[in-house]
Design a protein around this ligand. Structure first.
Ligand SMILES: *[C@@H]1O[C@H](CO)[C@@H](O)[C@H](O)[C@H]1NC(C)=O
Length: 359
């Protein structure tokens, strides 16, 4: 039995982001009504434009609505919007953070944002008029893995990245931005599970959490220039497409990855599928070192893409590649049954998308 069938009403936070626009598209294709929470009218208009100038969303305008909530963490900010909603996909992250931010600021904003959504969801259950069946929260692989493992390690949903919390505790504001970011992901996800477990007896919905690692793929929005690309796609683009010498540490960087379109499908399945309830799920096709993307790009370069692509350091992938970081992705296969795009498919699609823009 699905928890949420198509033709439901789904609230989405973070819809203006890289993953969010694809998620909304999958929801609309399934015939759901979508309420997208945005922080300003301008962002709402931009999202509406990018969604409906695309033929995939043709004829779906009537199913889509934007709700402007400037400060999502303001007390009860979500309460009115949540009325009548069957499911929530919470993808939003706090606004921009930078290297000099206090860890308490970064971590506190992430935790407060997640709790704001869950508190409204709890109040809906306590009201006489509850419709909500499931909340799906987008966490991150960074909440799972221990950074830079010194030997090959396979991480699963049982693992938590307490290492980054320790680093931030020790180094405070001198900790790297990456460590602060990772620590915020751990704390926000932990806060979500604590809240969920503490209120199990009162809530009329259940929760699922997705932990995607590095996300890449074509962007749904149409950025004016490569500088406006979503951050993870920009990183991919800068390493794989932009000419120039590639430093060894950069092309050796090893992580898990998933195509943004498969991750969007995973979000919607995490709403629909009964067995996803109360689960934390790593969503990843597999792992890479960056040089592999460079090799693949040179191999699958589509006809439309005319420019030279950098070669990087192909000797790094000539032999057997040792991945120190790996994920056990069996839960996602079992519960969500995603057919992932391969690195080749994703690379070709990004390059075609880039070529269409004449970059
Ligand atoms: C998070 O919420 C707590 C409790 O309301 C508040 O004291 C704190 O300042 C908030 N943190 C941030 C960074 O907004």
């Amino acid at each position: 039995m699905p928890v949420i069938s198509s033709s439901s009403t789904i609230l989405v936070t973070g819809g203006t982001g890289f993953i969010g626009a694809w998620v909304i598209t999958v929801l609309l294709q399934r015939g759901n009504t979508v309420k997208a929470i945005v922080r300003s009218e301008v962002k709402g208009l931009a999202l509406r434009r990018s969604l409906f100038q695309d033929k995939r969303n043709e004829g779906k305008e009537a199913l889509f609505d934007v709700v402007v909530i400037e400060d999502l963490t303001k007390d009860r900010a979500f309460d009115a919007t949540i009325i009548g909603v069957d499911g929530i996909l919470h993808l939003a992250s706090p606004l921009s953070i930078d290297a000099t931010s206090e860890p308490e600021e970064i971590i506190g904003s992430a935790v407060n944002l997640t709790l704001a959504v869950l508190k409204s969801a709890l109040r809906q259950s306590q009201s006489g008029d509850h419709t909500l069946k499931r909340v799906v929260i987008t966490s991150n692989g960074a909440a799972v893995y221990t950074p830079n493992p010194s030997e090959p390690t396979t991480f699963s949903e049982k693992d938590w990245n307490d290492a980054s919390i320790a680093v931030v505790q020790e180094q405070g504001r001198d900790a790297s931005l990456m460590d602060k970011y990772r620590a915020s992901k751990v704390k926000a996800e932990r806060a979500a599970w604590d809240f969920y477990n503490n209120h199990r007896g009162e809530i009329k919905w259940d929760m699922a959490v997705l932990n995607p690692p590095f996300v890449t793929g074509p962007a749904f929005q149409a950025p004016a220039s490569p500088a406006d690309l979503p951050s993870t796609l920009k990183m991919w683009y800068n390493l794989v497409v932009v000419p120039g010498e590639k430093a060894r540490p950069a092309v050796l960087a090893n992580a898990g990855w998933v195509d943004v379109r498969d991750l969007a499908e995973a979000h919607v399945r995490a709403l629909e599928i009964q067995e996803a309830g109360s689960e934390r799920i790593i969503v990843s096709e597999g792992v890479y070192i960056f040089q592999e993307w460079l090799d693949i790009a040179n191999k699958v370069k589509p006809e439309g893409y005319k420019k030279e692509l950098p070669k990087g350091l192909p000797e790094l992938t000539a032999g057997i590649i040792t991945y120190n970081l790996k994920y056990d992705t069996s839960k996602a296969s079992r519960v969500l049954n995603i057919r992932y795009r391969t690195k080749e498919e994703t690379t070709r699609d990004i390059l075609e998308w880039v070529a269409e823009r004449g970059w």
